[in-house]
Design a protein. Structure first.
Length: 241
């Protein structure tokens, strides 16, 4: 369990680092595209090629790490959910199937994953530790600030793609693609994409960092629960230990 939590945190840290590196990368792109638009600049189209290659490689790397992180995070989520159910201190409001479906089913994906993580958070919190007599403290535990910050930043990250699409439509109009633009407008659009990249990359990085913190706290609390129950009659059987 601890190893799985650390692996999830490590991948989230790598993802946050990759998003952070997008800031200087997109700044480089802005400098190049703006230079192409400046008639007095000595920047030529061939100068943009290294940036475009680097951006493509960076994109592929981010996608690969993101997919790996998603898989490991879901495995971790199932483990800590199983432990939360065994603790029995807080009712888990959603069936296990929603641990995956909740992220992809339209409409409910706005709140089901956050609700699932919140229930696990509350069940794992030290203030809800089950006593030797089998009764949990069941005091209201609040971690709303951190959880809400993570969730809102996650959705801001998801909406970043919409920003790029809106920028594209501002140049092409509805139903048209970049191929319909003249080279000058294509350059302007690419320049604008680098600006949004610089502004939105910190949001994606922050979302990954807060997810990392949430994973570490829940993992640590469940480790503490395990230690608390070691040697007692009726020890809780934690998943993954």
């Amino acid at each position: 369990m601890r190893g799985l939590g650390l692996a999830t945190s490590w991948l989230l840290g790598v993802l946050a680092g990759l998003f952070t590196l997008q800031i200087p990368l997109q700044a480089w792109g802005y400098y190049l595209y703006q230079g192409l638009l400046d008639p007095d600049s000595d920047i030529y189209p061939s100068d943009v090629v290294p940036f475009e290659i680097t951006e493509f490689v960076s994109f592929c790397l981010i996608v690969a790490v993101f997919l790996a992180t998603a898989v490991v995070f879901l495995v971790w989520l199932f483990r800590v959910r199983a432990n939360a159910e065994r603790l029995g201190t807080v009712k888990q409001r959603r069936a296990k199937g929603w641990l995956i479906a909740g992220w992809i089913v339209p409409v409910v994906n706005f709140w089901f994953p956050k609700q699932i993580v919140t229930d696990i958070w509350h069940a794992s919190h030290p203030d809800n530790r089950v006593s030797a007599g089998g009764e949990g403290a069941k005091r209201p535990v609040r971690g709303g600030g951190l959880l809400w910050a993570w969730w809102l930043l996650w959705w801001a990250h998801l909406l970043a793609d919409r920003v790029s699409r809106i920028q594209e439509m501002a140049y092409t109009g509805p139903g048209q693609g970049v191929g319909s633009l003249d080279p000058l407008d294509v350059t302007r659009l690419y320049r604008d994409w680098t600006v949004s990249g610089m502004l939105l990359s910190p949001v994606s990085a922050a979302a990954a960092v807060l997810a990392l913190v949430v994973v570490l706290r829940i993992t640590t609390w469940q480790q503490q629960h395990r230690a608390h129950h070691d040697g007692r009659i009726g020890t809780v059987a934690f998943a993954g230990y």
